[in-house]
Design a protein around this ligand. Structure first.
Ligand code: ADP
Ligand code: MG
Length: 568
């Protein structure tokens, strides 16, 4: 068995650097991360055992072993484990998309923001290097013969070698840094400290987390996993204590659960660093029972607009984790919503293919979307500030739903807000309608690249002069949805840059006399300007001499640019 020394991938090395120099103020979270990985590994084994007869998933649990003498803390699971190559790719590299981008942004930012950014990204395993000067990982993949031992001091390299007599699963040993005697209020091998961290961060984990006391006789390394043949040591250790309640948060009444517990659960499933903006709990009884616990984050993830970005809904069946990233359970325009759906009547073996076709799943998806939108609507009246945060972070994604989900159109329009000439603050469509002038029966809008650009457009002049409010739509998606949404509460949405906008019948139509007077100029302009279809006399301008107007059916200039950018 030879030991190989390998280098971390460049991005992984950068992230490790940040860990070693502790950009987080809260180091406790390393234990949360290890337990979270152990829990994932147990979920995976349980799932794999359902379809693979060779595998067994019994007595699944997590052990935390503290050795004060050796100053090590070990988190051990009997889950899926990793093959050698998996250790190299999963632990030695960062495969997630957007990492490079994130690291660059972190470098540009000050430390405080870095902690936020990195939290959003989820540091996971590497967080152990905040407290360790060396980390040892011993693992054996379920169904395989040989194990793997991995070790690193968090510098540029790690060693990897074959290991014999390794139990199925993974064991991560954190060799704690020397204690800073002066201000050390606690040590991570302190029992009370471990209990406190588990209770705070991992109480809801659905497998038992056992506290195992290390044998008193100081021995070299807890290397050979599962070889309990030295009975003398074992006698000294008491029966392991279970540290977590294992209660599924979504099954508990809202009044029983502290906000902090929800927040921790949210952080566990979302890898976010911050608190959720809003918590939504649902329960459906009857022919198809399910429970759902959903979270609206307080910030958009960095990959919100990347097609392969992570989606947030986990599917459980009767408390058993089935899969992450269930896109079937939430429409794409609400892809930032995180949470859990626990359905009572699905098969544990359900596949994604079946999920996509399942009528009940489609029904759940519709109801979840409705509930999210109605929650946002409530926020508008109950907590305007939260609503403003929601719309700032997610509005652009939500508006995509106007195109993709016909059924939700009205509900989406109800919670949408837009910049407007009426004030510096965004307005809802309902707000706009309530301010419409007597005789006005259309909602005026103009699309463009920025508020300033739209406001200074010549199209705006007559509207401003006559005191008509105009919505200023400057998100790229606005160009597209306005085509798909004909009206709001019976009021047609009308672009002021297209076709003939009838501001007030008489004034707007230049007199016969005037038209005659200008006829030679109009003809000349029409012949000279190749690019235009027609030159018309208008009264819609007050100070500008001319403006470009699209035909009612033409695409807008911004849209034209977008299509060009997409290569169409
Ligand atoms: P994340 O959990 O967000 O994927 P981590 O850095 O925590 O990121 O872990 C990286 C990967 O290493 C995990 O996705 C998993 O595949 C693997 N891994 C980590 N810990 C374990 C474990 N205890 N058992 C099996 N695989 C693990
Ligand atoms: Mg993890």
């Amino acid at each position: 068995m030879s030991t190989e020394t390998l280098e971390f991938q460049a991005e992984a090395r950068q992230l490790l650097q940040l860990m070693v120099h502790s950009i987080y103020s809260n180091k406790d979270i390393f234990l949360r991360e290890l337990i979270s990985n152990a829990s994932d590994a147990l979920d995976k084994l349980r799932l794999a055992a359902l379809t693979d007869d060779e595998l067994t998933a019994e007595d699944l649990h997590i052990e935390v072993v503290a050795d004060a003498e050796a100053r090590t803390l070990t988190v051990r699971d009997n889950g899926i484990g990793m093959a050698r190559d998996e250790v190299v790719t999963l632990i030695g590299t960062i495969a997630k998309s957007g990492t490079a981008d994130l690291l660059r942004r972190m470098k540009e930012n000050k430390d405080k923001d870095s902690a936020e950014l990195i939290g959003q990204f989820g540091v996971g395993f590497y967080s152990t290097f905040m407290v360790a000067d060396r980390v040892t990982l011993v693992t054996r993949k379920a169904g395989e013969e040989t194990g793997t031992r991995w070790e690193s001091a968090g510098e540029g390299t790690y060693t990897i070698e074959e290991a014999a007599d390794v139990a199925t699963g993974t064991s991560v040993t954190v060799h704690l840094r020397p204690k800073d005697e002066e201000d050390a209020l606690y040590d991570y091998t302190d029992e009370w400290k471990i209990k406190e961290i588990v209770k705070r961060y991992s109480d809801f984990i659905s497998f038992p987390i056992l506290l195992v006391k290390a044998a008193p006789a100081p021995k070299a390394e807890p290397d050979a996993e599962g070889s309990d043949d030295e009975a003398s040591d074992d006698e000294a250790s008491a029966a392991p204590e279970t540290l977590n309640s294992m209660k599924a948060l979504w099954a508990r009444p809202r009044s029983d659960v502290k906000d902090e517990e929800y927040a921790e659960f949210y952080r566990h499933i979302s890898h976010d660093w911050t608190d959720p903006l809003e918590i939504i709990q649902m329960r459906a009884e009857g022919t198809f029972e399910y429970e759902a616990l959903l979270f609206i984050p307080s910030r958009a993830p960095h990959d919100l607009f990347q097609r392969d970005g992570a989606r947030g809904i986990q599917l459980y069946v009767k408390r058993v984790f089935i899969m992450d990233d269930s896109r079937e359970l939430m429409p794409d325009y609400l892809r930032f919503v995180k949470g859990v759906v626990d359905a009572a009547d699905l098969s544990l073996n359900i596949s994604r293919e079946i999920l996509q076709q399942d009528r009940h799943i489609q029904m759940i998806r519709r109801r979840l979307a409705k509930k999210v939108l109605s929650t946002v609507k409530d926020l508008m009246t109950k907590d305007a500030e939260k609503y403003a945060t929601f719309w700032r972070e997610f509005g652009r994604a939500v508006k995509e739903g106007l195109l993709s989900e016909q059924d939700d159109q009205k509900a989406i329009l109800d919670v949408s807000s837009f910049a407007s000439t009426a004030s510096a603050d965004p307005t809802t469509l309902a707000g706009y309608v309530s301010r419409m002038k007597d005789g006005q029966d259309e909602i005026y809008f103009m699309t463009g690249e920025s508020r300033a650009q739209v406001e200074n457009s010549p199209h705006m002049e007559a509207f401003q002069a006559k005191g008509y409010e105009v919505l200023l739509l400057t998100d790229p998606v606005d160009e597209i949805w306005v085509e798909a949404v004909p009206e709001y509460e019976g009021k047609k949405l009308q672009s002021i840059a297209r076709g003939n906008v009838d501001l007030s019948a008489d004034e707007d139509k230049p007199s016969q006399e005037k038209t005659g007077e200008f006829a030679p100029l109009l003809t000349w302009l029409g012949e000279t300007l190749d690019e235009v279809k027609e030159v018309r006399l208008t009264s819609r301008l007050t100070t500008s001499p001319a403006c470009l107007v699209s035909d009612a059916n033409d695409i807008t200039p911004t849209l034209e640019k977008m299509y060009k950018a997409m290569g169409q």
